[in-house]
Write a protein that binds this ligand. Structure first.
Ligand SMILES: NC(=O)c1ccc[n+]([C@@H]2O[C@H](COP(=O)([O-])OP(=O)(O)OC[C@H]3O[C@@H](n4cnc5c(N)ncnc54)[C@H](OP(=O)(O)O)[C@@H]3O)[C@@H](O)[C@H]2O)c1
Length: 297
């Protein structure tokens, strides 16, 4: 069976729905079984083993994800993003299970202009990025059957994210300033969740680090322009809103962010033979779902 860790987060909830839809045997936990406490993790895994169930995969979607707050809550961020994955890696090794751990484009500095491959040296520029980078290193050193998936710019139905924030603001304001000099790849949680299921369903697993985002790249400004265009098309945005490009230097945040964090997906496409949708297509499908379900923003 699968142990889905962090099942109440944005990606975790998406994965949980998919596991249910596909009738895959799993158990989900979140903060009530804290990944920072190895004893609690062992107690939980013992309770599964006592039911004569074998945990074959641990999928870790739990994390500390508040990038700016992490600059002040460094210790809490490290507990969750470094020692949490360390604990899960030890446990996976003991249980002879495989581990999928989700990481981020923020492990890179962003001082480049061509997509990062899995082999590129890491140089995080903020506390969150450093914590995720150290978490990765521990997972790889403690659990040989581990697979790290770095992703970026996530949005989906089950959490606060850029798309929802933009849709709400675009309905309220007559103009918005959006950063135009940070470039990345928006990624729908549903696409990532599907890839994770594809990987664990394979007969042969190739462990290691992989990059996964939707195809294509854009700045936050370009992303917001497309959100606006589609939002108007689907009648989700009923307001006229002008979107203006600004520089990162005009939008102060506590944590520094990589300016260019596009990830190369060549490895995951080659090894796991997957097709990756373009970010514009996935965004369109996401807004179609919102429209279809009459979601109130
Ligand atoms: N969101 C993005 O744009 C993005 C981009 C790149 C990579 N990622 C990575 O993708 C993964 C999923 O991100 P997400 O956006 O789905 O995160 P999320 O929505 O913040 O979900 C993380 C979940 O982990 C829970 N959690 C926190 N501390 C825990 C603990 N000690 N034990 C167990 N669970 C705990 C959180 O609970 P609380 O909410 O109650 O704290 C939350 O339910 C993370 O590894 C993240 O670093 C995200």
């Amino acid at each position: 069976m699968i142990w889905l860790v962090g099942n109440k987060g944005m990606l975790g909830r998406e994965l949980e729905l998919l596991l249910k839809e596909k009738s895959i045997d799993f158990v989900g936990t979140d903060k009530e079984v804290s990944i920072t406490d190895l004893n609690i993790l062992y107690e939980f895994s013992d309770s599964i083993t006592k039911k004569n169930k074998k945990i074959r995969w641990i999928i870790n979607c739990a994390a500390y994800t508040m990038v700016d707050k992490a600059e002040d809550e460094t210790s809490l961020c490290y507990d969750i993003n470094v020692f949490g994955p360390q604990n899960l890696a030890k446990l996976a090794c003991d249980l002879d299970a495989s581990l999928i751990h989700i990481s981020t484009d923020y492990v890179f500095s962003g001082d480049t202009d061509s997509p990062y491959s899995e082999e590129n040296p890491k140089a995080p520029c903020c506390v969150y990025g450093s914590s995720k980078s150290e978490g990765e290193d521990l997972v790889l050193s403690l659990c040989k059957n581990s697979l790290i998936i770095r992703t970026a710019w996530l949005y989906g139905r089950y959490g606060h994210n850029f798309v929802y924030t933009m849709l709400k603001l675009m309905n309220q304001k007559d103009h918005l300033n959006v950063v135009d000099d940070q470039v990345g790849s928006p990624t729908w949680t549903k696409d990532l969740a599907n890839v994770i299921i594809t990987i664990i369903s394979k007969a042969e697993i190739h462990y290691g680090i992989y990059h996964y985002t939707n195809e294509g790249q854009c700045s936050w400004f370009e992303f917001s322009k497309e959100i606006y265009r589609l939002g108007v098309t689907y009648g989700i945005i009923k307001n006229q809103c002008e979107i203006r490009p600004i520089k990162t230097s005009e939008y102060k945040t506590k944590a520094k962010r990589p300016l260019y964090s596009v990830l190369s997906k060549e490895k995951i496409k080659r090894v796991y033979r997957i097709d990756i949708p373009h970010w514009k297509l996935s965004l369109q499908k996401f807004l179609e779902e919102i429209k279809r379900d009459g979601e109130v923003l």
